[in-house]
Design a protein around this ligand. Structure first.
Ligand code: E4P
Length: 217
């Protein structure tokens, strides 16, 4: 499973990348707004840090506008992945851009049928939003399960990028179902390492080691 981080915070991205944890980054207009940075400048900086795909989202809602914005975003760096909304115009732009060999992430997916359309349009990634479905008392993980089955039934290459991740359990469940990628906030990715028994065990080992009076280096 690939790990993407869902943020435009360069310091957080640098830290996770240094841990060797990152396969890519996803941003969106809200995350750019939160960063308080110029979108071109921050996207370029992220693309220089991370080797993998960096999703940058269009804000036009019509096909021509999306194609114009995709050109600007794509010129920022070779690893920019154009993020398009799951609308008819977005699917049309997805088909055109993937035919040009561009990486495309189709976002705001909330149903299996939408994911089927994105795969038929040749999307590199489909982003089903788990947390936002859970927020309205649906089961986001059911959507991942349905998409996995449909993509496997027909041998679609589109990668399932589980998005809107809120908890460590979301990541575990998405991995068990077979999502190809997960994108999560920095704190959620870092929380995966935590276990109270690890902390307790380490504490005991260190206390006992101190009693031996020895040092290793
Ligand atoms: C995905 O690419 C989106 O940026 C993101 O996962 C949305 O998550 P949210 O529902 O927590 O805003």
């Amino acid at each position: 499973m690939k790990f993407f981080v869902d943020t435009a915070d360069v310091a957080e991205i640098r830290e996770l990348n240094d841990f060797g944890l990152l396969d890519g980054v996803t941003t969106n207009p809200s995350l750019i707004m939160k960063s308080g940075r110029d979108y071109k400048e921050v996207t370029k900086e992220i693309c220089d840090i991370v080797e993998g795909p960096v999703s940058a989202e269009v804000t036009a809602v019509d096909y021509d506008g999306m194609m114009r914005e995709a050109e600007v975003l794509g010129a920022i760096a070779d690893n920019v992945c154009i993020k398009l909304p799951l609308t008819l115009a977005g699917l049309k732009a997805c088909k055109a851009l993937t035919e040009q060999g561009k990486l495309v992430n189709v976002t705001l997916c909330f149903s299996a049928n939408q994911a089927l359309l994105a795969a038929k349009a040749g999307a590199t990634f489909i982003s089903p939003f788990i947390g936002r479905l859970d927020d309205i008392h649906l089961d986001g993980m059911d959507l991942i399960r349905e998409i996995r089955q449909i993509y496997d039934n027909y041998g679609f290459d589109t990668e399932i990028l589980a998005a809107s991740i809120r908890t460590a359990n979301h990541i575990k469940d998405a991995a068990l179902i077979g999502a190809d990628v997960v994108t999560a906030p920095p704190a959620t990715l870092k929380s995966l390492v935590k276990h109270p028994l690890t902390d307790k065990g380490l504490e005991t080992f260190l206390e006992d080691w101190k009693k031996t009076g020895q040092t290793i280096a």
